[in-house]
Write a protein that binds this ligand. Structure first.
Ligand SMILES: C[S@@+](CC[C@H](N)C(=O)[O-])C[C@H]1O[C@@H](n2cnc3c(N)ncnc32)[C@H](O)[C@@H]1O
Length: 295
């Protein structure tokens, strides 16, 4: 085969020509800016393909014929409820049980022992955790398993608020049913065997969280950019792998708001690729993405 012939053979497909729907820069920019305004998530040019792939199903489901019609629909009164679907489609929900295990070690070894003492002295004491950006619930359930294992029945004195923007993820968290193989891979055996049971499901081999764990977690929809209706302060906030999608200003505002929602010396856990470098006046770094509220 001549060089020319092989060149013709491997000519890349013109992706614009094979797309089911036209996807212009104008549509992308409109959606990126709308979604940024609503969620704080930064969607730059690199996310253009990802956005097409995630939204194309909505166009098919609604039988809308082009992205520009979809953009128009979103701006109409009838499109108001559609925005929830758009947000659900665009959020990145990657999560795991016991992701960044050192946070759960810290919870078990450093945070829980004084809580146990406190509960023993004041039975009405309540220990409060907030999992902000909880996705489908693996993060709050991991914390709940650690607490149940350390505190036994006294886990009833603990409450976990688990919030996310994405209503599909919150529904998954409320169900508390997860793929069994994934559970085996990520959950320490002692926890899985004590606090989960096998369930039959059309989706295959699954495991379900115990009612006791479900009872200490409240899943609620909350957009972190909006007002926070919670009363009272938290002992621990997990906000991991969420701020990474926001710009610096939004991250800093969020961190300062978290500070107002923590009890004195409260702990903030953040994700492995996040840092609080620009808010050293509010939190002290204890190492490995663990931060303590400064007085
Ligand atoms: C990558 S997941 C992180 C899940 C979990 N914290 C972890 O580290 O495994 C990020 C989550 O943040 C949520 N999120 C993104 N923007 C949000 C916003 N403005 N308000 C609330 N949640 C948001 C997404 O829906 C998604 O479930």
């Amino acid at each position: 085969m001549s060089n020319n012939a092989s060149h013709r053979l491997y000519k890349p497909l013109d992706i614009e020509k094979v797309r089911e729907f036209e996807w212009t820069d104008k549509d992308f920019k409109f959606l990126a800016s709308l979604l940024n305004e609503k969620t704080g998530i930064i969607l730059n040019e690199k996310k253009k393909e990802m956005m097409y792939g995630r939204l194309v199903r909505r166009l098919r489901a609604l039988k809308i014929e082009s992205f520009s019609d979809y953009c128009q629909f979103l701006q109409s009164p009838a499109g108001e409820t559609e925005l929830g679907f758009t947000l659900n489609a665009i959020t990145t929900n990657k999560t795991d049980f016991f992701r960044e295990m050192h946070h759960f070690d810290y919870l078990r070894e450093v945070i829980i022992p004084p809580v146990r003492e406190q509960i023993a002295h004041s039975p009405n004491y309540h220990f409060r955790i907030w999992s902000a950006g909880c996705s489908s619930g693996q993060e709050p359930y991991s914390a709940a398993m650690v607490m149940k294992h350390s505190l036994g029945n006294k886990v009833a004195n603990c409450k976990i608020l688990a919030t996310d923007l994405d209503s599909n993820m919150l529904n998954a968290g409320k169900k508390g049913i997860y793929d069994a193989e994934k559970c085996r891979e990520t959950i320490p055996k002692v926890y899985a065997s004590s606090y989960m049971k096998r369930v039959k499901s059309s989706e295959g081999d699954m495991m379900e969280m115990s009612e006791e764990l479900k009872n200490i977690i409240s899943f609620k929809q909350l957009n972190l950019l909006h007002e926070w209706p919670m009363q009272g302060k938290f002992d621990v906030i997990f906000c991991r792998n969420v701020m990474i999608y926001f710009d610096k200003e939004t991250q800093d505002n969020l961190v300062r708001r978290y500070a107002q929602y923590l009890k004195p010396e409260g702990i903030l856990f953040i994700g492995h690729s996040e840092s609080l470098l620009s808010t050293p006046d509010v939190f002290k770094c204890l190492g490995k993405t663990i931060y303590r509220l400064l007085p």
